[in-house]
Design a protein around this ligand. Structure first.
Ligand SMILES: [Zn+2]
Length: 86
């Protein structure tokens, strides 16, 4: 059994502007404290369209080592919605 703990609720709103959040999978770029840019693909999250704030699960942020990094780019990824046949 999988625990559904990482998905943001679709009814949540942006904590900055109150806009609706688009829950999807995103290709992202993060810039860390050393100004290195790191790319991550197929990150599950929620994007606020009006202010472009990307919400990603804190546990996932920790796993990726991005606790001190800022998201500089995010685009909805549509090529990962379907996995290859296993
Ligand atoms: Zn917002």
């Amino acid at each position: 059994m999988h625990e559904p703990v990482r998905e943001p609720r679709s009814s949540e709103n942006c904590r900055f502007c109150g806009g609706d959040l688009l829950t999807s999978v995103f290709d992202t770029a993060f810039r860390d404290t050393t100004a290195d840019e790191r790319l991550f693909f197929a990150i599950p999250g929620a994007l606020c369209i009006p202010c472009r704030q990307l919400y990603v699960d804190q546990q996932l942020i920790g796993i990726l080592g991005l606790s001190d990094a800022r998201c500089t780019f995010a685009i909805e990824s549509d090529r990962v919605l379907r996995s290859p046949a296993a």
